[in-house]
Design a protein around this ligand. Structure first.
Ligand code: HEM
Length: 514
């Protein structure tokens, strides 16, 4: 009897261990293999994976050998340096194939017609985001608009979209002028002290952070800086550690980074929650016209009726705005300054246009729409150096593309850099800086409308693109009217992916006041 009583907990413990082993075996081995077989029987192939790393070790090896700085001759031909493994597999497997991140199969897509057919019948709310990235990026975006799915995505998008309306954005123009002018005054002081070389990447990034802190949260830079610094540290911790994404238990291989990212995530949540709580308390007496103020003012009604975000959701959206709102725009501007430094003729064209459109009048948001050449330049920069270098999806239903079926649950990786640098879509001059491509064609002469995707596609297209366009034009106009610039001999060209497409060694420019 006594023996039986002792046996019971041991049996239960063994059952539990067996259950856990079964779950691990199922999620790390059986389920991915089943997904892989399904993809294979549906006609998809790719580089052979090994268990449990998939193709990750091959990808890491290629990255380590191929991502050295490029020569200035083929400077913009970046696909083979930022995604050397994809460039290699493009040659052997074409523009649609399967590769593995750990035990997660991904369908790689760099073929616009395939993308068009795949996405034509799918609404924004019916797309998923790969579960492996949702876990991986949780401290960064939580369940903000970039990651949320289904009816929750509809509710978030419904509350957020009006905050980015042209009327609301116009009210932010003065704040942008103010922060940029402060930066340029500082450049003048540095130059007056005898130093004509400035790392403009650092300067633009911190001004873009100041702009988003003011336009999103009505914060001065000091308060915004705290959130910004923690987010930047988290980004580097999460995305520069060369981790094995998708490999089971890989987070235990880097416990220090995992714990650091989690701790930073909590600190940021805490900071943002205190900002939101105090803003809510003062909403009636001090309504503010920044993004958070507009969100809070519109955020009434019943959660179930789809009109309201909880405090936790607001925190996640603020993180998303902070990250999505400053880094991508700062990168668009920084890559532009690199290209304009290399092409002084385009600096001159833009100055001429600014003179015609704005003249000596104070800069005002209503004038910006007439800066057409600046739009061509922006598009060409986003084509050559897209700050968001890829877009990811997960199928939530079986999707038919011609004779092929993409099974529900399939992860997809859309290679934006690959499509933007594909000579079959853009012609032989694909790697040349030619803003005039966009003169009479919003697709820049690309042979397929879905070959140019700097802001994503379909219902999930970037919600902040109008804000970006306004900030881009204001900052660039002010820089061009006050300075001419050329590339410093200290510049080292080494674009790299750290979630976004970034410059590894900054952008030192030689500046000359006009
Ligand atoms: C040059 C600047 C920018 C670029 C290149 C860019 C790029 C993108 C891309 C490619 C997507 C689609 C992601 C996907 O489909 O998975 C996206 C979505 C998004 N972007 Fe941007 N973005 C920029 C600026 C901004 C700004 C300024 C904000 C906000 C302040 C912002 C907020 C968002 C949000 C919230 C989404 C998710 C939309 C949804 O899924 O419904 N972005 N962005």
């Amino acid at each position: 009897m006594e023996f039986l009583r002792l046996l019971q907990p041991i049996c239960l413990a063994m059952l539990f261990i067996l259950f856990m082993l079964w779950r691990i075996l199922f999620s790390c081995w059986l389920s991915p293999i089943r997904a892989y077989r399904k993809l294979q029987t549906n006609g998809f192939a790719g580089p052979p994976p090994t268990f449990p790393l998939g193709n990750s070790s091959e990808m890491r090896k290629k990255k380590n050998t191929d991502s050295s700085s490029g020569s200035l001759n083929s400077i913009h031909d970046i696909h083979s340096s930022v995604f050397p493994y994809f460039a290699q597999w493009n040659k052997s497997h074409g523009k649609v194939f399967i590769y593995w991140l750990g035990t997660e199969p991904f369908l790689y897509i760099a073929e616009p017609e395939f993308l068009k057919q795949m996405s034509s019948g799918i609404m924004g709310k019916s797309w998923g985001k790969p579960t492996v990235f949702k876990h991986d990026r949780k401290p960064m975006f939580g369940n903000g608009l970039i990651m949320v799915e289904g009816d929750d995505w509809v509710r978030h998008r419904h509350v957020i979209t009006p905050a980015f309306s042209p009327a609301n954005l116009k009210a932010m123009a003065n704040l942008m002028v103010e922060s940029t002018t402060k930066m340029l005054d500082q450049w003048n002081r540095v130059i007056a002290s005898g130093n004509t070389e400035i790392d403009v990447e650092r300067e633009i990034t911190s001004t873009a952070a100041e702009i988003i802190a003011k336009t999103s949260f009505g914060l001065n830079y000091e308060n915004g800086r705290k959130v910004f610094e923690k987010l930047s540290t988290m980004q580097v911790t999460l995305f520069r550690s060369n981790r094995f994404v998708g490999v089971p238990f890989s987070k235990f291989m880097y416990p220090k980074q995992t714990l650091k990212a989690r701790k930073l995530g909590k600190e940021i949540d805490h900071l943002l929650l205190s900002i939101i709580t105090s803003r809510k308390a003062s909403l009636a007496d001090h309504p503010q016209q920044d993004l958070l103020g507009i969100l809070l003012a519109g955020n009434h009604g019943d959660l179930r009726q789809g009109k309201k975000l909880t405090n936790g959701e607001l925190v996640d959206e603020c993180k998303t705005f902070f990250f999505g709102g400053h880094e991508t725009t700062a990168l668009a501007l920084t890559w532009t300054l690199l290209l304009l430094a290399m092409h002084p003729d385009w600096q001159a064209h833009l100055r001429e246009e600014i003179k015609e459109v704005i003249g000596d009048k104070p800069l005002d948001a209503t004038m910006l729409g007439r800066l057409k050449k600046m739009e061509w330049v922006m598009n060409e920069v986003l084509r050559l150096y897209p700050p968001a270098p890829n877009v990811q999806r997960q199928a939530r239903e079986d999707i038919r593309v011609g004779d092929l079926i993409i099974p529900s649950g399939t992860n997809m990786w859309i290679d934006v850099v690959g499509m933007h640098h594909d000579p079959a879509l853009w012609g032989k001059d694909v790697n040349e800086f030619k803003p005039e491509r966009f003169k009479d064609d919003i697709h820049g002469g690309c042979k397929h409308k879905m070959g140019f995707l700097p802001f994503g596609f379909g219902g999930r297209m970037c919600v902040g693109r109008n804000l970006t366009m306004m900030e881009y034009k204001i900052v660039l106009t002010l820089i061009l009217t006050r300075f001419s610039f050329s590339l410093s001999p200290n510049y080292c060209h080494s674009p790299a992916i750290v979630l976004s497409l970034r410059l590894t060694h900054g952008l030192p420019l030689i500046l000359q006041p006009l």
